[in-house]
Design a protein around this ligand. Structure first.
Ligand code: SF4
Ligand code: SF4
Length: 91
């Protein structure tokens, strides 16, 4: 994992163009079949070396929608990441 988009996602598209590594897909391309946006964990770099804060979470208007997941082996890890399942941006 990396960051996870949860089922409170309203498919607003605010996050998708903010991702520097194109790790986000919309509901039509979500491999789980859920009608929400999705982050590919093997692509997400948690915005390390791109932004101080994960750009998707900063852009997302839905409180607590994007949460921390587990880190995929070998992928960058944000230095200030919270516990798995907690919102990336605490309101
Ligand atoms: S944390 Fe950064 S790299 Fe990961 S999905 Fe969000 S915008 Fe993309
Ligand atoms: S910005 Fe948030 S609510 Fe909008 S599509 Fe992305 S994850 Fe879903």
């Amino acid at each position: 994992m990396a960051v996870i988009i949860t089922d409170t996602c309203i498919n607003c598209a605010a996050c998708i163009d903010e991702c520097p590594v194109e790790a986000i897909v919309d509901e039509d391309d979500n491999p789980t079949g859920e009608e929400i946006y999705y982050v590919y964990a093997d692509k997400c770099v948690e915005c390390v070396d791109h932004h101080e804060v994960p750009a998707c979470a900063e852009a997302c208007p839905t409180e607590g929608c994007i949460v921390w997941g587990d880190v995929v082996d070998g992928m960058p890890e944000h230095s200030n990441r919270g516990a798995v399942g907690t919102p990336v941006i605490e309101e």
